[in-house]
Structure formats: structure tokens, C-alpha cells
Write a protein of this length. Structure first.
Length: 426
């Protein structure tokens, strides 16, 4: 699919975005192993999150509903059944990594695979701790999907994450639900804590203090009524669009503002962005607010260390923004981007250069000088949803009509993206 994007006169209006992808995955998985019913509202419309629903159904969980509202009839910790065929995670790294923690504890063998892109993403970071807990896992070339998981009675472990990863942390915690005793995960840099919040919401005994998360195994999880906040990672594209295009003023309602994710707003405000949060409330343990964004001249700066881990999903669109700042943007400690849906460092630099923007590729990041002009171009998403959306935003500031090739990649996380973008740029 090709998508043509014309330069925008402004980005204006008020919008509500789809449910947070990260939270949707977690609610679907935890509610499936809880006791009783859970009702999930504003569930993500992205294909990745529907891969998770399909996997849970294949494991014997009754899930009804459509669109953004689902009823999950939980089976309890010991109620899942062996699937009749291989589990398909699609393009979703979140599905395969987090669900593997649950599969590792089952009294059956399961096999989970994904599409061509997912099949190239290494899985050693979950295989190692799950093996320590007692599960048997086989993988293609000992690291790539498909994964064949021989479930076992798991033992608790103390595990220090070698690199920050909310997905790996969640995988270990989900496995720890089934182990007698306390499972502890230590993270050197704080990552998003949706799993910790959701597990507590369902009734798990979990403590978190200074990077040490401890979970008591075999809890009684109880079904809940849940509302998924709008996805701040999806909001990031519209936030940057409004900051980039002169004359813009945009309101985004109901956005999840979990402190482990809202570092994006702190970063942008620190660079000079005119961003306000006039409303803020708590729902199911998650902070939700309204964001007001006005066009701004930004200074630029450096993203590194813990901050990189907190905004890792937003880096493609932040790289676009960096070229329009006064001082440019340098991104470091982002080596994880090389093992996403694409090598996002390479694909960002490739598309920036098509845009006429100078950019230097680093082993673990990139350098983008500021005060650059954007020219119309033909971009390629390379099948990566965040690349497709980031360069659609870039095209709004270009000097003519641009084309996004493989634009349908956006449907992985945000099927409504193109219609929403058209609505705020009319």
C-alpha cells in the first residue's frame, strides 16, 4: 500500500487515540489466567494485540466481543489447555516474549512462531531466565523463533536483566506467577512498569523498590473491569506533528501518562515544547490525562542512558523532530533499536537522507544536525509500523507531496492512523 502525504498548513483539533498496546497485551494475558470474568474497554485495535487474543483463545480461553470491547473468562493459573496447533504471534515481539513466561509453566509442549520479521528477532534474553526456572526451550539456531517450549514446574529465581527490557522483565514475572516462592527481577535502568501495576490490580503480591521487583508466586488473581488508556506511543506521532508544523494547536484526550512512559513529555518540555496537561486522573492504577500541544521552536539535545530506555519506541519520530530543532539531536545507548521490527537505526537514517536531512549512524544511535529543511520524498517503511508513521509526520513539513511505501505496516499498532492524520491536517 502507498500513502500520499501533502504538506500541512497546520495540525489542529481534538482527538482520542486507540488503547495502549503495551497495556492491552498485559490485560489480555493476565485476565486469561485470573479467576472469573474481566471486561476490557478501549482494547488496542492494533494487529499485534489481536495476535495476543488469538493465542489466548487457542489456549482454551473464552474471549468474546469485537472492536475495542472484550469479555475474557479467566481460566485460573492451572486452566490453560494445550493448543491444537502452533501459536501465531504475527509481528508481535510483545506477544511471543511475554506469553513465553506463561507457556513455560504449562504441563504441555507448545510451539509459538511469528511472521518473517519476528522470525529474525533474537529470543535469548527470555530463553536464559526461563531455562534457569526449569523450562525447556528450543529455538531456530538456538535464538530465533519459532520457539518450542516444554513447560515444567518452575522454580523461583533472582534475575538481573542484562539490558533494560520491559518485555523480558514481564516474561520472568509471568513465569514467577506459577512458581512456589518469591521471584525477583532486578533492572539496572527503569523500564515501563505496566506489568507491575496490572499484576497488583488483579491481586498479585508484588513489591517494587529501587529497581528490585519481587513477586510472590501462586497468587489468586481475580478478574477485573478495565479501561485501557490511549497509547502515548501513538500520541507521540501527533505530538511531534503539532510541534513541527507552524500554526498548530492540538488536544489529545485520555492519554496514558504512566511516569515510566511520560518521560517523552518531560524531554520535549525540556527542549522548549509548549505542552500542557490540564487534566490528570488515576484509572486501574494508571495515570490518564489530556494533552494540549502548540507549535514550538525546540532547542534539541542529547538522549542517552536511562532516558533512551524510557523513550525507545518514540526514537524514530524524535529523530525526525531533531532535524528541525535549533541544535539538533544526538541519540545514544539505543542499540536495542537494531533488533526491533527493522534495524530502526539504519531505516531511520535511510529515510532521513531521502528527506534531504543529514544524519550520522552510530553503532548504538544517531546524530541529526538541526535547522534542516525537509524535501518531498518517497519513503519506505520496510514493513515497520513506527517507521511508516514517523515519516508520514516528516512529510507534513516537506516542500511537496511525499509517498510512503508499505504504509499498511501502520496497522500493526494503529490501523486508524492515516484517517486520524487526515482529520487533523484538513
Amino acid at each position: 500500500m502507498q500513502q500520499r502525504i501533502s504538506p500541512a498548513a497546520s495540525v489542529t483539533g481534538a482527538i482520542t487515540l486507540p488503547g495502549d498496546k503495551s497495556i492491552s497485551h498485559r490485560y489480555a494475558m493476565i485476565s486469561s489466567i485470573a479467576e472469573g470474568d474481566s471486561r476490557i474497554l478501549n482494547y488496542s485495535t492494533g494487529a499485534d494485540c489481536h495476535s495476543t487474543l488469538a493465542c489466548m483463545r487457542a489456549l482454551g480461553v473464552e474471549i468474546t466481543g469485537e472492536g475495542t470491547e472484550f469479555l475474557v473468562r479467566g481460566k485460573g493459573l492451572d486452566g490453560l489447555r494445550a493448543p491444537s496447533s502452533d501459536l501465531d504471534a504475527g509481528n508481535s515481539g510483545s506477544t511471543i516474549r511475554m506469553l513465553s513466561g506463561i507457556l513455560a509453566a504449562q504441563p504441555f509442549v507448545s510451539r509459538i512462531f511469528g511472521d518473517e520479521s519476528l522470525s529474525k528477532r533474537p529470543m535469548q534474553r527470555i530463553m536464559k531466565p526461563l531455562a534457569q526456572m526449569g523450562a525447556g526451550i528450543r529455538a531456530h539456531e538456538d535464538k530465533f523463533p519459532p520457539l518450542e517450549i516444554h513447560g515444567a514446574k518452575l522454580r523461583p529465581i533472582d534475575y538481573t536483566l542484562p539490558v533494560p527490557s520491559a518485555q523480558v522483565k514481564t516474561c520472568v514475572l509471568f513465569a514467577g506467577l506459577f512458581a512456589e516462592g518469591e521471584t525477583t527481577v532486578i533492572e539496572p535502568v527503569r523500564s515501563r512498569d505496566h506489568s507491575e501495576i496490572a499484576l497488583r490490580e488483579f491481586g498479585a503480591d508484588l513489591t517494587a523498590n529501587r529497581g528490585k521487583i519481587t513477586l510472590v508466586g501462586r497468587p489468586q488473581l481475580t478478574g477485573r473491569d478495565l479501561i485501557v488508556p490511549s497509547d502515548i506511543s501513538s500520541a507521540a506521532f501527533f505530538i511531534v506533528a503539532a510541534l513541527l508544523v507552524p500554526g498548530s494547536s492540538l488536544v489529545i484526550r485520555g492519554v496514558g501518562l504512566n511516569p515510566s512512559r511520560s518521560a517523552l513529555l518531560d524531554l520535549l518540555i525540556g527542549m522548549g515544547a509548549k505542552i500542557r496537561v490540564p487534566q490528570l486522573e488515576s484509572q486501574n492504577g494508571e495515570l490518564i490525562g489530556e494533552i494540549q500541544i502548540d507549535h514550538s521552536t525546540l532547542q534539541g539535545g542529547i538522549i542517552d542512558g536511562a532516558l533512551t530506555a524510557q523513550v525507545i519506541d518514540e526514537i524514530p519520530v524524535l529523530a525526525v523532530l531533531g532535524a528541525a530543532t535549533e541544535e539538533g539531536l544526538t541519540i545514544k545507548d539505543a542499540g536495542e533499536l537494531r533488533v526491533k521490527e527493522t534495524d530502526r537505526i539504519t531505516t531511520v537514517v535511510d529515510n532521513l537522507r531521502r528527506l534531504g536531512v543529514a544524519a550520522e549512524e552510530l553503532p548504538d544511535g544517531l546524530i541529526i544536525p538541526g535547522r534542516q529543511k525537509f524535501r518531498a520524498a518517497e519513503f519506505d517503511s520496510f514493513g515497520d509500523h513506527r517507521i511508516a508513521m514517523a515519516f508520514a509526520v516528516a512529510a507534513l513539513r516537506a516542500d511537496g507531496e511525499s509517498v510512503i511505501h508499505n504504509a499498511d505496516a501502520a496497522s500493526v499498532s494503529f490501523p486508524e492512523f492515516w484517517n486520524t492524520l487526515a482529520r487533523v491536517t484538513e
